[in-house]
Design a protein around this ligand. Structure first.
Ligand code: ADP
Length: 386
């Protein structure tokens, strides 16, 4: 493996981090990279993406030659999304590139069946689940679980796409028809949850870990709408259980960079793992303005194997409200003046995306000592962009 640190010192070069994927997560790494003196380069899927400012290459992240050419000029490779194929990741590692998170960890964020199997080995609490290859197997699971269940496509789902509540095996017939021989669907018990939570952990290749406080996430139509940090009413027990699960997964899977663990808090007060993301995540956006070290800076520090920053909140409460859809008339910029003058304590983040119903085009963060007050302000500021 290349000794990046030695090379940098000798050549008096800035550390170069290459981000594969040009979406809003890459975009939000740009400012902290500039602050830290890190040179950030982005391989974007197309022109005009959110992270255009740092896009030094445009190309297909599934194409090994494209990714190899991009990786050759950077010290560390990291990601805006989890879709880079395993073959490509493994070829980069074989070339000697520092890839964080690496393929051995990332596979569990790429495939929900692999994730369930690995978490079972680690004894992490999760919903009952099974791998089903045909209608009979699904029906058997339904019969054992009160006639209702959640079916998921193991790969490629996001924002609730690829997730379906079923009451009979017929409800998943179209998905079975699309699976190739040997492929399977994931079926899970329909969890009766009180609310959804998320736990963020940062982990360096050398093993150091830092935990953020557990947060509550509110989803609407399968999309994250709001986050409250820390999770309201979370006592020491809940905070410790969530952090313990996060640390166990980060270490057990060898995650490097930011890890987000999506959790269910069940009606009978159990904490179960829903799914994992190994990158900055929507549930951690509040930390940009509400923690000593925001998740985007922390991700860069972690993947570069630099000492991690303090993840403590800077106020009693922080909230994040997503701007979904955006102004249909496309007049995003003209909305700033009113939003800013009415809500001077709101931190507005935009992704440079065109308006489209339901699309995440930005978010608003507000911190303070009164949760109701900051949630009101964040919603009101976000509403200016609806
Ligand atoms: P995605 O990859 O699209 O984010 P998730 O697996 O996180 O999909 O599921 C999306 C949403 O569906 C979750 O946030 C949750 O609200 C609901 N959901 C997922 N799995 C279950 C389950 N086993 N029981 C009940 N609700 C679920």
């Amino acid at each position: 493996m290349r000794d990046n640190r030695t090379r940098r010192t000798e050549n008096h070069m800035a550390l170069r981090i290459g981000v594969i994927g040009g979406g809003q997560l890459a975009r939000m790494m740009i400012a902290p990279a500039v602050e830290l003196g890190i040179e950030i380069r982005v391989l974007a899927e197309s022109d005009g993406m959110s992270a255009q400012l740092a896009a030094t290459a445009v190309g297909d992240y599934r194409d090994l030659d494209t990714v190899r050419a991009f990786a050759k000029d950077v010290d560390v490779i990291t990601f805006d999304h989890e879709h880079v194929p395993q073959e490509v990741l493994r070829a980069l590692v074989a070339d000697g590139a520092a890839v964080h998170p690496g393929p051995d960890a990332l596979r569990y964020a790429q495939d929900k069946l692999d994730m369930r199997a690995r978490l079972a080995e680690l004894d992490v609490p999760q919903p009952d689940w099974a791998r089903v290859t045909d209608a009979d197997e699904l029906q058997a699971f339904l019969d054992d679980h009160g006639g209702r269940a959640v079916v998921k496509t193991p790969r490629g789902g996001y924002d609730g796409k690829g997730v379906r509540v079923v009451r009979s095996a017929d409800d998943a017939a179209d998905w079975f028809a699309q699976t190739e021989a040997g492929d399977a669907l994931l079926v899970e018990e329909l969890v009766s949850f009180r609310r959804e939570l998320a736990q963020q952990i940062a982990r360096r290749p050398s093993g150091q870990m830092v935990a953020y406080p557990v947060v509550e996430t509110v989803q609407r139509d399968g999309v994250c709408a709001e986050v409250f940090a820390p999770a309201p009413g979370a006592g020491d027990r809940l905070a410790q259980v969530a952090e313990g699960i996060g640390r166990l997964i980060a270490e057990g899977l060898g995650v490097t960079g930011m890890l987000a663990v999506e959790l269910f808090e069940t009606d009978d007060e159990r904490i179960l793992v829903n799914e994992l993301a190994m990158r900055p995540h929507n549930s951690g956006h509040w930390s940009q303005d509400g923690a000593v070290t925001g998740q985007f800076e922390q991700h860069l520090r972690a993947v570069a194997d630099l000492p991690l920053g303090d993840a403590s909140p800077t106020a009693e409460w922080a909230t994040m409200v997503n701007i979904l859809g955006g102004p249909a008339d496309g007049t995003f910029e003209s909305r700033f003046e009113a939003a800013m003058s009415e809500h001077p304590d709101a931190k507005i983040h935009t992704y440079g995306k065109a308006a489209r119903p339901g699309r995440k085009v930005g978010h608003v963060n507000v911190s303070g000592d009164d949760l109701d007050d900051i949630v009101y302000k964040a919603r009101a500021a976000a509403a200016h962009f609806a």
